[in-house]
Design a protein around this ligand. Structure first.
Ligand SMILES: C[S@@+](CC[C@H](N)C(=O)[O-])C[C@H]1O[C@@H](n2cnc3c(N)ncnc32)[C@H](O)[C@@H]1O
Length: 266
C-alpha cells in the first residue's frame, strides 16, 4: 500500500469492516471453513495473498487467513481475535513502520493510522512483530511466521546505522517493564520511572523511527508503577498514556484505555 499524497502523523488513513473475524486459533487451524460466506465476499477473500502456498497440509483458505490476519483485541477484556480485510490486510511489514492498526469496536472496523509523516509515494507499513527484539530474533520470527526476510534499514547488516539500531532496540527492550511483570526487580534497580526516564526511552524510539510504540511504552510504565504501589506516579503515567493513545487510536480501541482509566480512578 503506497501513500498517494502526503499524510500527517496521527491521520487515520483507512477504516474498513473486515471480511472475516475469527478467534486467534483460526490462524493455526486448518479446518477453517467458508461454508456460510456469500460468493462476492468469498471471492474477495480468495484473491488475497497466500504466503503459505505449498506448505503441506495447509489449505488455500487457511493460508490466506494465516497470511492476512490482523490481530484485534475484542472488549471487554481484550481477548485475542483476528480480522481479515480486503485492503488493510495488504499492508506490508517494516521494522521501521510508519503506521499501525487499531480496532474500532464502535464501527466494528480495522483502522490504520499514520504514526509519522508519510510522504506521497512512500510505502505505508506496519510492524508484524515486536520491534524491540534484536535483528536475529526478528528475522527468525518473520521467517517462521510469515515466510519472508525483511530488508528494511534496521535489518541491513552493512548499513551504517545497523549497530546503532541494534543498540537502541536492545536498550529499550532491557529498560521496558514486561507486560506480565517479569523482570520488574531489574528495572527497580535501574532507578524507577520518572517522567524524564521514560522520555529518554521515547527519544530513543524517535531516533529509531518507532514513534508508533510510544503509547505502549508509557502504558507499560503506568502498569509497572501500579504494581509497585506508587499511586501518584502510576496516575501521572496513565494520564500521559491516554494522551498518547488518543493520537493513534479512536477511544476505547484497545483494553489499554480501560486499564489506564482504572489506574487514574485509583
Ligand atoms: C498480509 S500480506 C501483505 C500484503 C501482500 N504483500 C500482498 O501483496 O497482498 C503478508 C505477506 O506479504 C509479504 N511481505 C510483507 N511484508 C514484507 C516485507 N517487508 N518484505 C517482503 N515480503 C513482505 C510476505 O509474503 C507476507 O507473508
Amino acid at each position: 500500500m503506497v501513500a498517494t499524497r502526503n499524510i500527517e502523523a496521527g491521520t487515520f488513513v483507512l477504516r474498513e469492516q473486515p471480511l472475516l473475524v475469527a478467534c486467534m486459533d483460526a490462524r493455526f487451524d486448518a479446518s477453517v471453513s467458508l461454508a456460510g460466506m456469500k460468493a462476492p465476499r468469498r471471492e474477495t477473500l480468495s484473491n488475497l495473498y497466500n504466503s503459505a502456498r505449498g506448505i503441506p497440509g495447509m489449505t488455500e483458505l487457511h493460508g490466506i487467513v494465516a497470511t492476512n490476519a490482523v490481530g484485534i483485541a475484542l472488549p471487554p477484556d481484550g481477548e485475542d481475535h483476528l480480522a481479515v480485510c480486503e485492503f488493510a490486510s495488504r499492508v506490508n511489514h517494516s521494522c521501521i513502520p510508519n503506521a499501525r492498526y487499531y480496532w474500532d469496536y464502535d464501527n466494528f472496523a480495522v483502522g490504520l493510522v499514520a504514526t509519522k509523516h508519510i510522504r506521497a509515494g512512500t510505502e505505508i507499513t506496519i510492524t508484524y512483530i515486536d520491534p524491540f527484539l534484536p535483528h536475529l530474533d526478528r528475522e527468525a520470527h518473520l521467517l517462521s511466521n510469515y515466510g519472508f526476510t525483511c530488508d528494511c534499514l534496521a535489518c541491513q547488516k552493512d548499513s551504517p546505522t545497523y549497530r546503532l539500531s541494534e543498540t537502541v532496540r536492545m536498550t529499550v527492550n532491557n529498560l521496558l517493564p514486561d507486560a506480565d511483570g517479569e523482570g520488574d526487580e531489574d528495572l527497580v534497580r535501574w532507578g524507577g520511572t520518572t517522567k524524564a526516564f521514560v522520555q529518554r526511552i521515547l527519544n530513543m524510539l524517535e531516533v529509531e523511527g518507532l514513534q508508533g510504540e510510544r503509547a505502549e511504552v508509557i502504558v507499560r510504565f503506568a502498569e509497572f508503577e501500579q504494581r509497585l504501589g506508587n499511586k501518584e506516579r502510576a496516575q501521572r503515567m496513565a494520564r500521559w498514556a491516554l494522551r498518547e493513545l488518543a493520537k493513534i487510536e479512536v477511544e476505547d480501541a484497545s483494553p489499554d484505555w480501560a486499564a489506564m482509566r482504572e489506574i487514574i480512578q485509583g
